[in-house]
Design a protein around this ligand. Sequence first.
Ligand code: TRP
Length: 433
Amino acid sequence: MEKNKPQWSSHLSFIIATVGSAVGLGNIWRFPYIMGKNGGAIFLLTYLLLIAFICIIPLICELAIGKIYRTDTINAFKEINPKFKWLGWLCITTVILIPCFYFVVGGWILNYIWIFISNNLPSDFSSYFTSYSSQIFMPCFLTFVFLIMTASFPYRGVNKGIEKANNIMMPLFALMLIIMAVYALTLPGAKEGLEFMFKPDFSQFSHSMVLTALGQALFTLSIGMGAIITYGSYMKEESHIVKSAYTLIFFDTLIAVIAGVMIFPIVFSFGVTPSAGASLVFIALPEIFTKLPCASFVGLIFFILLFFAAITSGISILETAISAFINNFKISRQKATVLLSIIVAVVSIPATLSFGILDGIKIADKTIFDLLDYVTSNILLPFNTLLICLLSGWCIQSLWKKIFGDNLFGYIFNIILKFIVPIILICVLIAGL
Ligand code: TRP
């Protein structure tokens, strides 16, 4: 146990840090490409409905568990019932697997920042990206650099490290995002881009699209592995759980939508198909940037934006495991950070190399990188979220009363938590598998 349980220095810092955790590559890299692949506006609509009515429930539960038990994920589950300590370990295993692919993308971002700073732009980003990501030394090295940069914040502690990083990076992030979005709206494809995002084509509706939207919603809100429990455990007494949850959802969604408003007008202005997939941000967008006036500058701003988003989310991922290591292995914060970084570094090597020399190794037709992404986002996050909901609904005595008081909202919340959300999540899991 850390001697003095750390606490956010203000409610605002808590909100900024949780928004920093939620807003990440999930919003700027994953959300636009998944929306592009799943029909645009109809996906956005489904995603918004799911977030507002389903995902809010586990989010409130994670915050409440953090605030009530005020400890790391493993101990929180142990306190609910010692029989459930393993669920804590399952969450921590998930949290260790996520950075093993997330930080590989962080390494690519560092490389792109460098090529835009040095103004050494390749003539063809598609072959550049393929040849760069298949190298051995540089991608591994930059993954480690990104890991060390991220880990240096939790190493310094909650207030001096995590809070400071978020308080500086998140406002800068918001500012840059808005400037880029306004700029994108002046491009000739703006109208088409906005129509793609906001004019639903109901013929594109499908069952699998709903599932994809749910997976994306959990990932982007950082639900399902105790990250929110950990940040909630540093909450001030006066911070309100439900209001905080809505604030978090509001900002995360707003930023995802602004990211779309920035990306789709650019995409349509240059005739790229919005369904280009995961490479949208690393191949299609830079390709387009080079055709704009002040290409290096626009590209640089964009990748710095992505860097801030990735680092503030990466911090929350690492912190979740670090706080569990501190309490369960009885080691200092610094030792816990170093131990975790070594584990992540080792596992991320095969993930990084799976774009090059290890690309032949496939399990269930997926490379190591894709497998880590798939298993964590599509299996572990929904599965953990299901268990967290069941535990909160059935094993914590009247959690709903502790959150809402004895009133109608509380009753409705309790029914949704106990029955509706678990059933929907089970459907998602079965269909997803
Ligand atoms: N939400 C972040 C994003 O959108 C990623 C992330 C941070 C995350 N912490 C998490 C995902 C915890 C799942 C669980 O990029």
